[in-house]
Design a binder for this molecule. Structure first.
Ligand code: HEM
Length: 411
């Protein structure tokens, strides 16, 4: 098929991580959505990619894994194949990079850890963790919010879920940062460092697996070690991939939602006042925070056949990038998408994706955000940024790496 590319702004490259580091994407996406809702981005790797920018087109692609594959052999789940290949070797066999029917089987093995009852059962311990994190900063009156709170909570929670001793949680944190932050010089120290992190995490995961085979507990690694697929136990490469996926997916996204949420609340004081006065809105606000932040900026698919998407021909083998950060601000679907509205309800946001790969950890993510903001707004209602906000340089995660804050200390 000959590619028919719509005329497009020639100088914009959406793969440029600088756009997101400068927080310049929203305006750019709004313009592109109007003019080129399915836009061919020539790219720098000689292949280019389609950028899917409208809510309805993102949903259509996400719900059609037969035509739009997530599979590893098609190139992976991020814009550049080679980034996937080098950095996420560990994710090779993860469910994120599978299509049905294989995907359904693997998802089914991990899903029992994320049922509503199991997640509800974590609430009291999450609250205790939040309380202890806030106790640590309570008398200071100021702190660096990402390292003190936003990063700590999800890494503690994922460590608990996996059965990783809390004293090892910072290792998970370092590995996860290195594997996902390849475009940010503060996070990616060198290619060698990244390979080492991937190797270390594999060794660690294997040790844990062996321990749990000997002495199973009530954690996710024990569950995976005891799982069978079609009568066979889970293979080690598949287990590695699942371990890597959970550490990365469960860590970066929640961290960035917490820090992005705090920033959004301080930029919209009337909304923050409303939440303080009506704390029952906090679970709804958690959803709005995820829409607003869009912690994963995109996921990618690959067309398996020549096809047409909303009138735009797409050729077999083309990369198709779903920009959640654009779909989440689509004025065709959301009323006043540019308003941060803690009581917004109705159309579900795309922050957790849609369809076949819809986020398995969504309940856990919302619970962490809800508990965190319940406790934080009660104890430190005036917490606000007091210095330079430093964003992560990445076209994949919408991250904040430094957020200095001040607040009235507790007596
Ligand atoms: C605010 C927090 C989170 C956001 C924004 C988020 C976002 C996403 C998105 C967009 C996908 C879909 C990928 C695709 O369509 O290709 C996804 C998948 C996934 N997420 Fe999350 N996630 C969050 C938290 C979590 C947590 C806490 C966990 C677990 C500890 C988790 C585990 C997973 C898993 C296992 C998948 C793969 C599902 C599949 O392939 O079927 N996520 N997430």
């Amino acid at each position: 098929m000959t590619r028919e590319e719509p005329a497009a702004p020639s100088r914009v490259d959406l793969a440029d991580p600088g756009i997101f580091e400068r927080d310049a994407a929203r305006h750019l996406f709004a313009q592109l959505r109007q003019e080129h809702p399915i836009w061919w981005n020539p790219g720098t790797d000689g292949r280019g990619f389609w950028s899917v920018l409208r809510y309805r087109d993102i949903v259509a692609v996400s719900k059609n894994p037969r035509l739009f594959s997530s599979a590893r052999h098609q190139g992976g789940h991020r814009i550049h194949d080679e980034v996937d290949a080098e950095i996420t070797q560990g994710l090779e066999a993860s469910m994120l990079s599978m299509d049905p029917p294989e995907h359904n089987t693997h998802r089914g093995m991990v899903a029992p850890a994320f049922t509503p009852e199991r997640i509800r059962g974590l609430e009291a311990r999450i609250r205790a963790r939040v309380t202890s994190l806030l106790d640590r900063i309570a008398h200071q009156g100021e702190c660096e919010f990402v390292s003190s709170v936003a990063a700590e909570l999800p890494i503690q929670v994922i460590a608990e879920l996996l059965g990783v001793p809390q004293e090892d949680r910072l290792r998970l944190f370092e590995w996860s940062n290195a594997l996902i932050g390849e475009d940010d010089p503060d996070m990616r120290k060198s290619a060698g460092h990244i390979r080492q992190c991937s190797k270390d995490m594999g060794i660690y995961a294997l040790k844990l697996w062996r321990e749990r085979l000997r002495r199973p507990g009530d954690d996710l690694v024990s569950m995976l070690a005891g799982t069978e697929i079609d009568g066979e136990v889970m293979s080690i490469p598949r287990y590695f991939a699942t371990f890597f996926l959970l550490v990365i997916a469960g860590n970066e996204s929640v961290r960035n939602s917490i820090s992005g949420g705090l920033l959004a609340l301080s930029q919209h004081p009337a909304q923050r006042r409303r939440l303080i006065e009506e704390p029952t809105l906090i679970p709804l606000a958690a959803k709005e925070i995820i829409r607003w932040v869009s912690p994963f900026l995109h996921m990618r698919r690959t067309a398996t056949e020549d096809t047409v998407l909303s009138g735009q021909p797409i050729a077999k083998g083309d990369k198709v990038v779903l920009w959640y950060i654009s779909g989440n601000f689509d004025e065709e679907v959301f009323e006043h998408p540019e308003r941060f509205d803690v009581a917004r309800s109705g159309v579900p946001h795309l922050g957790f994706g849609q369809g076949q790969h819809y986020c398995l950890g969504w309940r856990l993510a919302e619970l962490q955000l809800t508990v965190l903001f319940q406790e934080l707004l009660r104890r430190f209602p005036d917490m606000e940024p007091c210095g330079q906000v430093r964003r992560v340089r990445s076209n994949f995660v919408n991250g904040i790496k430094e957020l200095p804050v001040r607040f009235t200390p507790e007596r």
